[in-house]
Design a protein around this ligand. Structure first.
Ligand code: CDV
Length: 313
């Protein structure tokens, strides 16, 4: 019997622009209670879980932008979730838009936290790979303005000793970048938790929805297998503000196999008894980093950002 952590990915159906945080928090609490009654110890909520996915909207009024941000965590609207979690002895992971006075200025990040079952914040992550654009694109069906509304995260990909294991976090687009998982893999991560809002439409070129789901799962499964870690990914899903989000919350084992996957575009809980020891053999043999990695050949990864074509003959 290994170290078992029963975990839930708590997918959220759409949150409309008009929905109040207090109402959303009640939905989170309902999912938390359901997970607790099934014996879960950790509940993973999505990216920007308290509001609509507001980067789809171009806003000129800074006060309006600010209304989507949390200026403290917890705050009055979110405190009931912290209280309920503590009462139930269940921890959670929550994504939210963070506004903070740091380095003498107001800063904004796309942030996620891990909260321990005692209600204390055990870890924080600020999204590093911000997708989309900073300028208004009136020609697009909707916007993806993460590069406008957020700064690039400044905390790196840390891991935390929590839940009798080693946990790490990333957010949505981060999962598509192998470096995200590898940096945590190099710190012995055993479970990566993440939230995501993936639109069903690519605003740059045509792409069928099934391919977007395929790339989502491919990223999770590759990250899990190549780093011998559990990956628990929680979506915001369905028709939000008139635009679709793919859903597809999933729990992936360190073998790369799918342990559980959501089937709706609504609030939905998926759960699994995750054995945190299951990745040990992979970490010792196939992916024994200390024995097999050849970092002398990986320099380009940290020295060069974009593609440099080879010289013409
Ligand atoms: N919220 C995200 O980061 N969404 C991106 C979209 C833009 C592709 C994602 O990687 O799913």
């Amino acid at each position: 019997m290994g170290r078992i952590l029963k975990v839930a990915a708590a997918q959220l159906g759409p949150i409309q622009r008009a929905d109040k945080r207090e109402a959303v928090v009640q939905r989170l609490i309902a999912l938390l209670r359901e997970a607790a009654s099934s014996g879960c110890k950790l509940v993973v909520f999505p990216e920007l879980a308290l509001t609509t996915f507001f980067p789809r909207w171009y806003m000129e009024d800074d006060a309006e932008v600010d209304s989507y941000f949390e200026h403290s965590m917890p705050n009055d609207a979110v405190q009931p979730l912290f209280d309920e979690a503590k009462k139930l002895g269940v921890g959670f992971h929550l994504g939210y838009a963070e506004a903070i006075l740091e380095d003498g200025r107001q800063r904004r990040f796309n942030t996620a936290i891990i909260v321990a079952p005692d209600g204390k914040i055990a870890g924080k992550y600020r999204k590093i790979h911000l997708p989309g654009h900073a300028e208004h694109r009136p020609q697009s069906p909707f916007q993806h303005l993460e590069k406008r509304y957020f700064e690039v995260g400044n905390g790196g990909f840390k891991v935390y000793r929590a839940y009798n294991g080693v946990l790490g976090m990333c957010i949505c687009n981060d999962r598509r970048w192998p470096e995200t998982f590898r940096v945590m893999g190099l710190q012995g991560v055993e479970m990566v938790v993440l939230g995501f809002n993936t639109p069903d439409t690519n605003i740059y070129h045509h792409e069928p929805v099934h391919r977007r789901m395929f790339h989502h799962m491919l990223s999770l499964q590759a990250g899990a297998y190549q780093n011998a870690t559990w990956v628990v990914a929680s979506a915001k899903a369905g028709n939000e503000d008139g635009f679709g989000l793919i859903g597809g919350s999933a729990i992936v084992a360190p073998t790369g196999e799918i342990a559980a996957q959501a089937i709706t575009e609504d609030d939905e809980l998926i759960m699994f008894n995750c054995d945190l020891d299951i990745g040990r053999d992979f970490k010792e043999y196939m992916f024994n980093f200390a024995k097999h990695r050849r970092i002398e050949h990986y320099k380009l990864i940290t020295e060069q950002t974009g593609v440099v074509d080879p010289p013409e003959d």
